[in-house]
Every structure is written in C-alpha cells, then in structure tokens.
Design a protein around this ligand. Structure first.
Ligand code: F0G
Length: 448
C-alpha cells in the first residue's frame, strides 16, 4: 500500500478549540505578538514543541497505574532501569525531572572555568548550563549544513577536522567531554550518521576525552541511519540505537521527546567517580536516586515509551509524516531547511520574506501571521531567540508525537501556502519591551 497511515487508532480525544480571526487579533495584541504569552486554550494546532506533548499509549497509561511511589527502591525505578540498561548499556542510570536537569548536574560535576565543551550543535539549555559553570560551549557543525538548501543525508554531523583543531588549540585536559546531539535540533532536526559518531569517538578516545550523546531524539536518528546509511538497512532501529549508545561514555536525555513521556529525563554514564558526584547533587535538588524528581508512575511511562518509540512502524510513520509536511510546502515554493528533519520542519523565514531585514525578525513576523491567519502556534528560532549570533532566521513547526492526524497537517499546509501567496504584504517587527534576558519567552513586539 502507498498510503502511510497513523499506526494507532484514537481511544480518548481532546476537543480542539476554535477562535475567530477577530479573537486572535485581540489575543495577539494582549500578548505583545509573543506566542509564548498566548494561553494554550486559544491555540488550535500547537506546533510550538514536540517536547512533553506526546500522546501516551494505552500501555503507558496502564503501566502508570502500577507506579510504585516508594521514596527509596521503587519497583518502577528498577523496571525503567532495566529498559534503559538494555538499550544503552550504561552502568549508571540517574533519573531527573527533565533533560536540562541532567545537563545541569553533569556540567556542574565535570566543567570548570576555562573548560571548553564541543558539540555538533548545542541545544540552548545545554549551552546555558555549560556556560553557567564558566566553561565555553562550542558548536562544530558540518560546514555544508550552513546552506539551508543543501540536501545531505546526515546534515547533523560534527566537523571532525574542526574537532581535532580545537583539541590541538585548547589541549585535551581543558575538554571534559565531547557532545553529539542526535538528532541535531538547533541545526534543523538533522540526523548524525553512525560513521560520524564512530569518527568522533576515535578522536575522543585518542585524547582520552569522554563522548556523550544528547540523546533526546535517538530513535528518530536511528531510523534515519536505517534509511540512509549504507550497511544498516537490515538493522532494527533498536539495534542501531544500541550501537549508537555503545560508542558513547554517557548521555543526557529528555524523556519528553523520544520516550513519549510528558515529563522526565536521564543522566547516564560509565564513570563510577562522576556518577557518585552526580548522585550527590541529584539528592540536593532533584530527589533520591530511585526517583530523581519524578513520580514512580512517570518512570513507568518512560519505561514503556522507550520500547514503543523503537517500533519500526511508528518510526516509519513519524519520519514520513514529518517529511509530508515539509515536501508539501517546499514543493509549492516555501523555502525550508532541506531535507526535512525528524521532529520538525523549519521554514527559512529570511528567504521567504527577503523584504524583512533580520533586525525586524522575519521568523517572528511569520509566526505571528500563522497564528493570526489559522490559529497555529510555531516558534521562531532566529534573532529573537539567539540575538545577533543567530545563524539563520527560522520558523520551527515541531510535530508532537501521535497527536495530530494527516488532516490537521493538511490544514497547516493550506495555511502556510495561503500566507506564502501574499508574503510580500507581511511586515517586520520591533521589540518594545524585554523584561527578562530570555527574550523569546518574554519580549513584546510591535509591527513596524
Ligand atoms: N537537548 C535537546 C536537543 C533538546 O531539544 C532539549 C529540549 C533539551 C536538550 C532539554 O530537554 O526540555 O527536557 O529540559 N528541547 C525542547 C524543544 C524544549 O522545544 O526543542 P528538556
């Protein structure tokens, strides 16, 4: 069969809430044209993030009922630990309340002022947690990824030659670990090849530096490897994931992505000394090591989700349905980051709206128009989020897992294509108020 269907049926539904254009105009005005400040109840289709927004399965809900809420030694922890150990092989498995808590604990333990942590591209919380210790976060993406239109199979790869140069310049003792973000979220949701992980691992081993994965979207990355990398076509996604983890010395993980959970994270490593220090910090702010800031039922949801996420039928649908959105808008002339990534489609707003200069935030202008026109929420990843260091002006349409059907996506396609027809009429924005340093959450804008 040619038609790719959602590999689930729907047992419990959440009604969508429609608003009129007039209502949305008022809501936008009240929110200072910042979509983070619009109540979720007034959003029709929410593509702000794929994080924590998954629909859980009947098996996950059933498992939650057996959540063991014991403070110490919870059965749910041991069930979760078994699944994670089977998948990753790591010796120490520490639960946290979400990915950034794992990052904070890891970097507080291993980083000192003057240290440098390279990655293919750090996610913004990862960068912030590194830099809050006085260390420096350095992105070493594959140089060809700078062109949003280049169609490489593994555009998320790290530039291994640049990594070698960095180690030569800084010296290995100043590099506590090397990180690879799979898939590369800030770089367009693009995958990293097994060959690249192996190459980075070889360099890391030669210098005695541990390699960590930011494994948030490990299953999507594994599926891209199965589809695109020679030699892996016959491997199960789980085998590929196991191979990826076997090359690493540890990982941080947000269970809000590729574990279908609404909350949760993990910090894993093979280093007894580091793990002991991490556990001490964990107890200070997250909780006892057998729950780490989560309820026992959350650990159950993660354990089941980590198995479901690797089902080939699910991953096939996931990758193909994200591509469906990307191809339908790109083939009709909307410039996207090519090729489509795993969890999101990124529109190149600077290319789509060349009449809006960067300092007037083309990505934000497009986000506002998409909400005004059709009630769809997306997120700017450009100069609003990163200031002057933004490499591109992108609008991210992140797809929550197992939540929206094809007709929802067709509606999104229609809305984007209608805006594209009259893109010359869109106007830029200026910031009128910026109460916190995290301006994408808090800034208020005005049309210029
Ligand atoms: N690493 C990556 C690659 C991420 O995408 C995220 C979160 C994190 C770490 C932090 O995990 O949210 O559980 O603390 N990304 C979300 C997003 C917020 O919308 O892309 P967290």
């Amino acid at each position: 069969m040619q038609t790719i269907i959602e590999p689930f049926r729907i047992k419990s539904v959440e009604p969508l809430r429609f608003t009129t254009r007039e209502q949305r105009e008022k809501l936008l005005e009240a929110a200072g044209l910042n979509l983070f400040l619009i109540p979720a109840a007034d959003i029709l289709i929410d593509l702000l993030t794929d994080s924590g927004t998954s629909a859980m399965s009947t098996a996950q809900w059933a498992a939650m009922m057996r959540g063991d809420e014991s403070y110490a030694g919870s059965e749910s922890f041991y069930r979760m630990e078994k699944v994670v150990r089977d998948l990753t092989g790591f010796r120490h498995i520490i639960p946290t309340h979400q990915g950034r808590a794992a990052e904070r604990i890891l970097f507080q333990v291993v980083c000192r002022p003057g240290h440098v942590v390279p990655s293919n591209t750090h996610f913004d919380t990862t960068r912030a947690n590194i830099e809050s210790t006085g260390a420096r976060a350095v992105d070493l993406p594959n140089p060809e990824a700078a062109d949003t239109q280049s169609r490489l199979d593994f555009k998320g790869n790290m530039d291994v030659a640049a990594l070698e140069r960095l180690i030569d310049e800084e010296g290995a003792p100043r590099i506590p670990l090397i990180m690879l973000t799979v898939t590369n979220n800030s770089g367009g949701g693009q995958p990293v090849s097994m060959a690249n992980i192996e190459a980075v691992k070889r360099v890391a081993s030669r210098h005695g530096i541990p390699l960590y994965l930011d494994a948030c979207r490990f299953a999507e990355n594994a599926y891209f490897i199965a589809m695109r990398e020679p030699g892996y076509a016959d491997w199960a996604p789980k085998q590929i994931a196991q191979e990826m983890f076997s090359l690493a010395d540890g990982c941080t993980f947000s269970a809000k992505k590729d574990a279908f959970a609404n909350i949760g994270g993990l910090l894993c490593s093979n280093d007894d000394r580091v793990a002991l220090q991490e556990t001490n910090l964990l107890i200070l702010t997250e909780g006892f090591p057998t729950y780490g800031g989560l309820a026992g039922r959350d650990l159950e949801a993660i354990a089941v989700g980590l198995e479901e996420i690797l089902e080939p039928d699910y991953l096939h649908y996931r990758i193909v349905s994200t591509e469906y959105l990307g191809r339908h808008i790109a083939d009709a002339g909307v410039p996207i980051v090519e090729p489509p990534g795993g969890h999101a489609i990124y529109i190149d707003a600077a290319r789509m709206l060349p009449h809006i200069p960067r300092h007037q935030f083309p990505g934000q202008a497009l986000a506002v128009e998409l909400y005004r026109h059709a009630g769809i929420r997306s997120v700017e990843i450009g100069s609003v989020m990163f200031g002057e260091s933004a490499p591109h002006e992108l609008l991210r349409l992140a797809i929550p897992r197992r939540v929206y059907t094809q007709s929802h996506i067709d509606y999104v396609v229609e809305a984007i294509l209608e805006i594209n027809q009259r893109r010359a009429e869109l106007r830029g924005l200026e910031i009128v108020e910026q109460p916190t340093f995290l301006r994408h959450f808090s800034a208020r804008f005005r049309q210029v």
